[in-house]
Design a protein. Structure first.
Length: 207
């Protein structure tokens, strides 16, 4: 009996990468890369006609918000699996994309063998995160900034540009208490001013 080959599509605007990957994947007996798209818009239209078993997706295409596309596609086509394959190894990006519900995340430095393993595992209903990405997640968790609930509330209002008196009013605290928390958070973030704290908070998606 002939082995079923998992149907793969890829959306990536780097043509040489797609062509090389298609050649490598199609040499295997496990999967077949049948369609390549150079933009999110083209991919979206193609999926309306036919869905693959697994969609490989880069996250640096410029035409649309890939994060929003992932949420949209997973809601519309629950049987289709999505694997992110990218050069982005920043913890904040990894976490943001995994939060969309995608089934896998690999770096483009991964081997073809690992990609095939990822494809097979997500096709079976598992989630696959490469060892490189898992290490990044683990290291980031070790160094993540731990905030209390009240600190998160104050930080959210700081990021909205509210002054200490306004924050105190919003949270039914005294201005002195808010000022004390603000100083403690500056110490936790390892910065000297509010601007630095806000920059880190936004980058690390703490608010």
């Amino acid at each position: 009996m002939k082995q079923y080959r998992i149907d793969i599509n890829i959306a990536d605007d780097h043509a040489m990468f797609c062509e090389a990957l298609a050649e490598a994947v199609n040499r295997t007996q496990a999967a077949h890369l049948s369609r390549m798209f150079n933009s999110v818009a083209v991919c979206r239209r193609a999926l309306e006609e036919r869905r693959p078993d697994v969609l490989l997706l880069d996250i640096t295409m410029n035409d649309e918000d890939v994060e929003a596309f992932c949420r949209e596609a997973l809601a519309a086509y629950p049987k289709m699996k999505i694997i992110i394959i990218t050069v982005h190894d920043e913890y904040s990006v990894i976490r943001r994309m995994l939060d969309t519900g995608v089934h896998g995340y690999l770096l483009k430095s991964s081997s073809v063998d690992e990609l095939i393993t990822a494809i097979q595992r997500v096709w079976r209903g598992e989630r696959y995160i490469s060892s490189q990405v898992s290490d990044i997640i683990d290291r980031s968790k070790e160094h993540s900034i731990q905030l209390t609930d009240i600190e998160r509330s104050i930080l959210r209002l700081i990021c909205q540009g509210l002054s200490n008196p306004r924050i105190a009013e919003e949270l039914c605290l005294s201005s002195e208490t808010v000022n004390w928390y603000r100083k403690r958070m500056l110490s936790k973030f390892g910065v000297k001013n509010t601007a630095g704290m806000v920059t880190i908070a936004v980058k690390e998606m703490l608010v």
